[in-house]
Design a protein around this ligand. Sequence first.
Ligand code: UDP
Length: 192
Amino acid sequence: FKTVNVLDVPFINATEADFLTVLKERISGHQNTFVVTANPEIVMYAQTHPEYLSLLQQADFVTPDGIGIIKGAEMLHTPLPERITGYDTMTHLLQWGNAQHKSVYMVGAKPEVIADVADQLAVQFPNLTVLGIHDGYFNDFAPIAADIRDKQPDMVFLAVGFPKQEQLIDQYRQASNGLWMGVGGSFDVLGQ
Ligand code: UDP
């Protein structure tokens, strides 16, 4: 996709449908893919944290997660078609993954929340293979990354909040050739 810069963050100029199509092709082709769904908070944080900005610039796809980004692009006379949120992207991919018998690895949120997420996955997406599930209050991600390397999930969802989730993905994404995506507080919603 072509990109549109909003405060130096390169957002994909794509509809949600086109983005999801490309994402699913890449996941099926076992291509290493780093997605950031960036909200205004993330963009503002990147302004004062150059290492985080450069990390966003190295992601494969940055999507506009929030109306503030859409408005900003419009004011810069480089409009973006629509919002593409982390939660919607994740739930779409879980549904698709269920239909296609894909595998997932989920890390993040509080222990009681991730336990509810595990229950919801089993009920809502019975054909999805859950290769690993872990709360987000670990001391060291290295053993989790080693487990991901062993199991090679199609999709890794990391919900430990920004900037930590993007920093971990940047550091460990070579462990598995699939999708790596930070999904912020999405597990809190999925577990309900
Ligand atoms: N979280 C976590 N580990 C941490 C800090 C936060 O797993 O060390 C989780 C927290 O429980 C919540 C999510 O990360 O589920 C952060 O949600 P928030 O909406 O604050 O993140 P954002 O969407 O702003 O990145």
